[in-house]
Design a protein. Structure first.
Length: 365
């Protein structure tokens, strides 16, 4: 093979591509002798054809590279070009069937080439969005078998898809596969597991995952939980009515030098209020305020709704006033809640006043 010839071929194809002369570039490529059309040259023409939307022509060139015993085989650059462009085309036009893309992953794999972790993650995510988790599993499993994966991100994408379909057994199996392949789960991996377990009220299982994350009885921490992990678990516990356990987690969070944020406050306040513990929620909120943690509009809205539901309209009105002084702005739902509460209490003048305030902020015409 003449290296200068291949170099000149690449230069020519790129010049024609920049000039928008795709037909001329394809004709030039067809006229090159077989030894000139090495992997680099083929990568250039495939990239050019895909950028111009000539999918079939690009795949024809690729097919020659993927043949068993091909002289010029695909490399990682080929995979990056093909999968990046095909996924982009598929997102906008849906021109390549999902099983065909999965087939391409397998064909590249026969040449010991796998998509890079970012592209593979995008592919797995695409399949999971269409609820095709079985095909996503097969794609990832094929990469596993070729020992072509060392990154947790594609696994996290599949875990998310499996979680949405409540396929918890498969989620556990994937975690075991990661362990077998020496792929270290990260905080996102554990967060996905905990999030989906909490969503479907499997709190004990979520706490078990959380314990494993921290190293279990061995206390050999696998991954340090972050604030998002704590907030997710606190939310699950609050929705399950396990307020004390949620508060214990808050204390643990502080001991781990992770600062609670407004999401933490709102989660606990909402959980307490929904389980009839408004006074405890208020006490907790005041304590957080003294520590410098200010609530946001959501915090005040939760309290106003809670007080209206128990017909404690005076406190609801005080919170509305406090909300305004804190520079937080109530939405229409807050105003409607107050108006209904005031009307139920027979305080029609106050209800009329709140209605006028609602009109002032242009929530009503």
């Amino acid at each position: 093979m003449s290296r200068p010839a291949a170099h000149n071929a690449v230069h020519l194809l790129r010049r024609l591509g920049r000039a928008g002369m795709v037909d001329e570039a394809l004709a030039a490529f067809s006229g090159f002798d077989s030894h000139t059309k090495n992997t680099n040259v083929r990568n250039v023409i495939i990239d050019l054809l895909l950028k111009s939307g000539r999918l079939d022509s690009a795949l024809n060139v690729l097919d020659e590279m993927l043949l068993p015993g091909s002289e010029f085989r695909p490399n990682h650059i080929t995979a990056d070009i093909v999968f990046t462009k095909i996924l982009k085309l598929n997102e906008s036009e849906g021109r390549v069937k999902e099983d065909e893309i999965a087939g391409l992953v397998a064909e590249f794999g026969e040449h010991h080439v796998v998509p890079n972790p970012i592209t593979l993650t995008q592919l797995i995510s695409m399949l999971c969005r269409s609820r095709n988790t079985d095909l996503a599993w097969n794609v990832l499993d094929d990469v596993f078998m070729r020992n072509g994966l060392k990154d947790a991100a594609p696994c996290n994408a599949l875990l998310t898809g499996l979680g949405k379909k409540r396929e918890f057994e498969k989620m556990n199996l994937l975690i075991r596969k990661m362990k077998d392949m020496n792929i270290q789960p990260n905080v996102i991996t554990f967060g996905i597991l905990i999030n989906h377990l909490c969503k479907f009220r499997r709190i004990d299982d979520a706490l078990e995952v959380f314990d494993k994350m921290k190293g279990g009885k061995k206390k050999a921490r696998v991954v340090a939980p972050d604030a998002i992990t704590y907030n997710t678990l606190i939310d699950g516990l609050c929705k399950a009515g396990e307020i004390e356990t949620a508060h214990e987690l808050l204390n643990e969070m502080v001991r781990e030098h992770l600062a609670p944020n407004v999401i933490t406050i709102n989660t606990l306040v909402d959980g307490m209020c929904k389980h009839g513990r408004i006074s405890t929620a208020l006490e907790f909120f005041r304590e957080m305020q003294q520590k410098g943690l200010k609530g946001n509009s959501v915090t005040y809205t939760v309290f106003i709704n809670a007080f209206c539901k128990v017909d404690d309209i005076d406190k609801a009105m005080k919170f509305l006033d406090e909300m305004s002084k804190a520079g937080r702005y109530p939405d229409a739902i807050v105003y409607y809640t107050l108006i209904c509460g005031l009307a139920r209490a027979g305080r029609l003048d106050d209800a009329s006043f709140i209605t006028s305030k609602l009109k002032e902020v242009m929530y009503l015409n």
